[in-house]
Each structure stands twice: as structure tokens, then as C-alpha cells.
Design a binder for this molecule. Structure first.
Ligand SMILES: [Zn+2]
Length: 82
């Protein structure tokens, strides 16, 4: 299986205030959950995730609101290929 090539660097979260998806308060966005649809046209280039049709973007104000999936809990053993 060929791995997908990422030519563009991942975009960092721009400094912005949005409504938190969990607690509903307008705060600085600390975490973003981005779900990109599989059938996006590959020939088209998008400046930002928000330009992709049917993309799901959820904004969270804190780790408490975003949930455990945003907490880095990798162990060194996860990368060890014995
Ligand atoms: Zn929140």
C-alpha cells in the first residue's frame, strides 16, 4: 500500500475565536477536529480546510472540551519495531 503524500505542510490553527463545540462558549480555539470527505476532487487545490465541501470542522476551547483523543498518549513502545 502506497502511503499518501502530503505535499503541503499541515496548517496550524489560526488565532481565532469560535464557538466551542462542547461548552458553547466563544473562546480562542485550541483544538480543531477536521474530518475531510474521501471523495474530494484531487485536481482542486484548497487554501484551507474550510474551503473543502462537506468538510466537518469542530472547534474546541480546551482539552477538557475536545476529549481524550486530542491528548498525546503515545508510548515509546508504540514506535518500537522489534
Ligand atoms: Zn469548551
Amino acid at each position: 500500500m502506497a502511503r499518501p503524500k502530503y505535499k503541503n505542510r499541515l496548517l496550524t490553527i489560526p488565532s481565532m475565536r469560535k464557538k466551542c463545540n462542547t461548552c458553547g462558549s466563544i473562546k480562542e480555539v485550541q483544538h480543531r477536529l477536521i474530518v475531510v470527505p474521501k471523495d474530494i476532487p484531487k485536481t482542486k487545490k484548497f487554501k484551507d480546510y474550510v474551503d473543502i465541501p462537506n468538510v466537518v470542522i469542530e472547534n474546541y476551547c480546551s482539552v477538557e472540551c475536545s476529549g481524550d483523543e486530542f491528548i498525546n498518549n503515545y508510548e515509546p513502545e508504540d514506535f518500537y519495531q522489534g
